[in-house]
Design a protein around this ligand. Structure first.
Ligand SMILES: C[S@@+](CC[C@H](N)C(=O)[O-])C[C@H]1O[C@@H](n2cnc3c(N)ncnc32)[C@H](O)[C@@H]1O
Length: 387
């Protein structure tokens, strides 16, 4: 076991960006390193074992588990997570691939912003914050939205569901890299050029992942639901889960899982409109609680409900690996460990000299060993066993 843990600790230090296979189809916020997940699965499970990620996000665990021929269940409350992970792990035939490539190529040639307003355009305009934008920014933003509307009108003709969903994710990715955190807002031509290049990149990723998707229908199950319902999952009732690798919402750290930042800090729920998914009712739902709350009661109540549910499908052989960040508020880390214990999980130290930490601000992996409590925003690797 010692050697296995050493391997996992080494993998935690990996600084490479998330890449390869279908990982980069869509950059999900706070995604963890595939190198770490691969090492965890490789070292702590065998072929055909069952792996679970109850906060699957962009599906890193799901992809890595499939690569290693494990059975895997992914759960996430955010419908974007379920959609993205589904597309990333859906096998495409040669015919599907050829049709997608052709459609994307033709779209990249003919896409236009010259069209009358329709419902999508009006809905998109209504959820964007235009205040303070310059004339040029407004023009660019309107053209890109109209281009997206043009794309979506044409997408209706694609009747094959696999191809349709893949192409919808392609649009999401192109818009994300055109609009999210971009200042100034890119021109329409930049968005247009992304359609072809991103489609080729995604199809390449799909082809490299294809050998691992053999018989994948029996190996992967993805759910869009709250992790507090984990114990009601059919596949988890039938077979005991060996390893849980996950990254739950971080206490006291707000991450915009559902929103894009357009031109600086303008939050928008545009991704839901593009995917045709229901918008979340509360802004902070995917963080367990709003950062404005003075206490962390809702956060820890939700954590307790989810891990109590997870405990019900765990056995004494189940290992839970979590990567978590904490803000500097005193006592949060301790309370987290107490909640895990309350739910029936006992911490196993990864290293005699302390726990494995990495610094968060630049999101580079930097594992250091710290004794006692923490002082600033750091990410920690926790390992638990069911008691
Ligand atoms: C830190 S992210 C996980 C990122 C993931 N490890 C990856 O590599 O992409 C946390 C995830 O928890 C999800 N989440 C938040 N509350 C949840 C709940 N009650 N049940 C299930 N998932 C939830 C969020 O939507 C988000 O996708």
């Amino acid at each position: 076991m010692k050697g296995k843990l050493k391997n996992i600790i080494t993998s935690v230090k990996d600084k490479s960006r998330v890449r390869g296979y279908t990982h980069r189809f869509y950059t999900y916020p706070a995604g963890f390193s595939p190198v770490f997940v691969e090492s965890a699965i490789n070292n702590l499970t065998k072929k055909k074992d069952l792996v679970l990620d109850p906060f699957m996000g962009g599906g890193t665990t799901i992809i890595e588990a499939l690569k290693l021929d494990r059975k895997v269940v992914g759960i996430d409350l955010n419908p974007i997570s379920a959609f993205v992970t589904k597309v990333k792990t859906t096998k495409l035939s040669k015919k599907n691939i050829d049709s997608i490539e052709k459609w994307a190529y033709e779209m990249s040639e003919k896409i236009s912003f010259k069209l009358e307003n329709n419902k999508f355009i009006e809905d998109a305009y209504s959820i964007l914050n235009w205040k303070g934008l310059g004339k040029r920014e407004i023009t660019n933003l309107k053209k890109v939205i109209k281009g997206a509307a043009f794309y979506l009108i044409n997408l209706k003709e694609v009747k094959n569901k696999k191809e349709h969903d893949f192409l919808r994710l392609l649009l999401l990715r192109c818009l994300h890299s055109t609009l999210h955190d971009k200042r100034p807002i890119h021109e329409f031509t930049v968005f247009k050029s992304k359609i072809r290049s991103n489609s080729l990149d995604m199809l390449e990723g799909m082809k490299s992942f294809d050998p691992y998707l053999y018989n994948s229908r029996n190996k992967v199950n993805i759910y869009n639901k709250c992790a507090s319902k984990t114990h009601k999952t059919k596949e988890l009732k039938n077979k005991k889960v060996k390893l849980i690798v996950t990254s739950p919402p971080y206490p006291g750290i707000n991450i915009t899982y559902s929103r894009w930042h357009i031109h600086g800090r303008r939050n928008t729920t545009l991704p839901y409109l593009i995917l045709g998914l229901p918008m979340p009712k509360h802004k902070s739902i995917f963080n367990f609680q709003s950062p404005r709350n003075k206490t962390y009661d809702i956060y820890f109540d939700t954590l307790e409900r989810t891990f109590s549910s997870i405990r019900k499908i765990s056995s004494k052989k189940t290992i839970v690996l979590q990567l978590l960040a904490f803000n500097s508020e005193k006592g949060l880390f301790k309370k987290y460990l107490q909640t895990m214990e309350k739910c029936g999980f006992k911490e196993m130290k990864m290293k005699a000299s302390g726990r494995v930490w990495r610094k968060v601000p630049n999101r580079s992996w930097q594992a250091t060993f710290v004794k006692g409590d923490i002082s600033a925003s750091n990410e920690v690797l926790l390992m638990h066993k069911a008691i």
